[in-house]
Design a protein around this ligand. Structure first.
Ligand SMILES: NC(=O)C1=CN([C@@H]2O[C@H](COP(=O)(O)OP(=O)(O)OC[C@H]3O[C@@H](n4cnc5c(N)ncnc54)[C@H](OP(=O)(O)O)[C@@H]3O)[C@@H](O)[C@H]2O)C=CC1
Ligand SMILES: CC(=O)N[C@@H](CCC(=O)OP(=O)(O)O)C(=O)O
Length: 345
């Protein structure tokens, strides 16, 4: 049992991230759900937009405002990029504000302006607890910036190689994402007829806004600038990310040293599963769960470390990661309300 009960509001409850937050919050023993807000869907019932959330079906969505979000212990912001900062600054210092958008992830204002095209709002403690030093920064924090879904998958797959000094500071990443990563708002390229039965790249050539976030994470662990060639691809599935990440190995690297580095990095992590040698991650195995599957190998012919990760973009990649960070910030057991049990087939 959790002794403490907190009241949590979700802004953006009509969206994919907001819906996943509510699915997980409904199963969290220490949370009561308070205000639910939306934008164009304000006035609608949650049941008309998120029919899978039966216990909340009759709740009416309110327009997003600081007044509606006031009086809660925790406020989750699941809003489009650039919308969180104005709301957050009106909420006061005592409330725990967890932004699942990008507004407070980047440290470098020039990176923010280049990739998001607006003024940088600031930097909050980063909600990827498995990264070296991240967990301590989240403890007791009143602000959390939840990572992007691709940076979650890629940073977890590669940081142990940099932490152990085994990889050169030039990584190549190709990652496939399910369509829910793009949010609920209709997008022509996501029409079923175009996405079904096809895979396609986008954001090629360093243009994707998750590139500076991945670079920030890996460079901090490596202690030197790491360049990342990142190519996202869209896959015909609703959820999931499979990230294939490689880096040239430093001289003297052995397969055993690589294995040891990854076993050490994840030995105490509840959600990251380094698979037994010979088994490879699959998105279906983490569907709807907060688990991360990782496998790593050393290709000695190509002299490259190859690390592959699978996450559910909406769970560990967004809402599950947000709850994990909330638990740490509130001093609750980190896995409260979170499961590593998926759905199969
Ligand atoms: N989908 C994913 O896998 C991930 C998403 N995220 C982040 O979560 C956030 C939400 O994404 P997602 O749920 O996918 O997007 P959706 O498009 O599915 O939902 C967006 C939500 O924001 C609301 N909204 C739209 N415009 C405004 C506005 N101008 N002011 C206030 N609220 C607004 C929408 O309300 P209404 O429906 O009423 O218009 C809706 O509730 C984004 O920042 C995204 O980057 C992070 C990691 C992964
Ligand atoms: C398939 C797809 O379109 N995915 C999204 C990533 C969503 C996400 O995690 O990112 P943010 O929180 O930074 O929006 C994209 O590539 O823009």
């Amino acid at each position: 049992m959790v002794a403490q009960t907190v009241r949590a509001a979700v802004a953006g409850a009509s969206g994919y991230a907001g819906g996943e937050l509510l699915r997980l919050l409904l199963g969290h023993p220490g949370v009561r759900i308070g205000a639910l807000t939306a934008n164009s869907n304000a006035g609608q019932t949650l049941g008309s937009l998120q029919p899978h959330l039966l216990p909340l079906a009759g709740r009416v969505l309110e327009a997003t405002s600081a007044e509606v979000l006031a009086g809660h212990d925790v406020v989750f912001l699941a809003l489009p990029h650039g919308q969180s900062a104005a709301v957050a600054e009106q909420l006061g210092d005592e409330v725990l504000v967890i932004d699942v958008g990008a507004d407070f992830r980047l440290k470098d204002a020039a990176d923010w302006e280049r990739f998001y095209g607006s003024a940088h709002a600031g930097t909050w403690p980063y909600g990827l607890p498995e990264l070296p030093g991240a967990r301590a920064a989240l403890e007791g924090s009143k602000r959390v910036a939840v990572p992007g879904c691709y940076p979650t998958a890629v940073s977890l797959a590669l940081f142990p190689a940099y932490e152990a000094g085994l990889a050169e500071p030039e990584a190549v990443v190709v990652a496939a994402s399910g369509t829910s990563g793009a949010g609920r708002a209709a997008k022509p390229h996501l029409l079923g007829s175009e996405v079904m039965g096809s895979m396609s790249p986008y954001g090629v050539g360093g243009g994707h806004r998750h590139t500076p976030e991945i670079v920030q994470n890996l460079s901090a662990v490596a202690g030197e600038p790491v360049t990342v060639s990142f190519t996202p691809t869209l896959a015909p599935m609703p959820r999931g990310i499979l990230a294939t990440c490689t880096a040239k190995a430093r001289p003297g690297t052995t397969a055993q040293a690589v294995r040891d580095a990854y076993e050490k990095a994840f030995a105490d992590e509840a959600f990251v599963h380094l698979l037994p040698e010979g088994r490879w991650p699959a998105t279906a195995s983490v569907y709807g769960s907060n688990a991360v599957q990782i496998q790593v190998t050393y290709d000695e012919h190509a002299n490259r470390i190859i690390a592959i990760s699978a996450v559910d973009n909406l769970t560990k990649g967004t809402a599950g990661g947000a709850l994990q960070s909330m638990n740490i910030a509130l001093g609750l057991p980190e896995d409260t309300g979170l499961s590593t049990i998926g759905v199969a087939p």
